[in-house]
Design a protein around this ligand. Structure first.
Ligand code: AP5
Ligand code: ZN
Length: 216
């Protein structure tokens, strides 16, 4: 299955992605995670990406698209994938359609996580990321058993560099302007499913799974 996960920053895309990807047995491909890994490794891609990401700007399309098509060409993505954070604007969506069309494939399902703006700010300000496995936790809404230590891998937690106020404001602006229009783009293609993402992580997971079951 070829699925795209849409939703504003902090909607819970990364949090829900693990459950969805393992249910569908497809790789979870997050452009944000790929960029953060590149930054950590200190590669050229990481240097360029970081320059845009810290202030909440988008990484230029050319770089992002090349990276995604390379990733989609890998063996594990041939039967399906869960894209998280890509596409992020209409040009990227058209590029994705074009890339898939060459192998006779299409995006089959787009899950849009819907969360009001006030919740987003609370989710992002309390988010803590694991430096080792990249999982995100929340000091209040999704705490780890031991403060500052990842439940999954025992890595230590830190705050994301782009989760401070100014970057968050910019990310939300760009989401409204560039990414939100994708819901209409996919609705016109008849593949959009909207999920209410307010509620606990478990409740939202159940709603997401219900959509996946209805779709399969
Ligand atoms: P990216 O990593 O994609 O960031 P984002 O879209 O801003 O999304 P987030 O990771 O912030 O949120 P999420 O929805 O995954 O939420 P999470 O599950 O962590 O991109 C980062 C940057 O990379 C971009 O700004 C851009 O610069 C660049 N980039 C990436 N892709 C690009 C592209 N295609 N083109 C150009 N540039 C690109 O949850 C958030 C918090 O809420 C966590 O603390 C979590 O524990 C908590 N939480 C989750 N669910 C719930 C719940 N139900 N109730 C309460 N709390 C919850
Ligand atoms: Zn971890």
């Amino acid at each position: 299955t070829r699925v795209v996960l849409l939703g504003p920053p902090g909607a819970g895309k990364g949090t829900q992605a693990n459950a969805i990807a393992s249910r569908l047995e497809v790789p979870h491909i997050s452009t944000g995670d790929i960029f953060r890994r590149a930054i950590e490794e200190g590669s050229d891609l990481g240097l360029v990406a970081r320059a845009h990401m810290v202030s909440g700007e988008l990484v230029p399309d050319g770089i992002t698209m090349t990276m995604v098509s390379r990733r989609l060409g890998e063996e594990d993505a041939s039967k399906g994938f869960l894209l998280d954070g890509f596409p992020r604007n209409v040009d990227q969506a058209r590029y994705l359609d074009e890339t898939l069309r060459r192998s006779g494939d299409v995006v089959e399902l787009v899950l849009e996580l819907h969360v009001p703006a006030e919740d987003i700010v609370r989710r992002l300000s309390g988010r803590r990321m694991c430096g080792q496995c990249g999982r995100s936790w929340h000091v209040e809404f999704n705490p780890t058993r031991v403060e500052g230590i990842c439940d999954t891998c025992a890595g230590s937690l830190h705050q994301r560099e782009d989760d401070h106020q100014d970057s968050v404001r910019r990310r939300l602006e760009l989401h409204e302007r560039e990414t939100a229009p994708l819901a209409g783009y996919y609705q016109d293609k008849g593949v959009l499913s909207r999920v209410d993402a307010v509620g606990t992580v478990e409740v939202v997971s159940e709603r997401v799974l219900a959509v996946l079951i209805a779709h399969s």
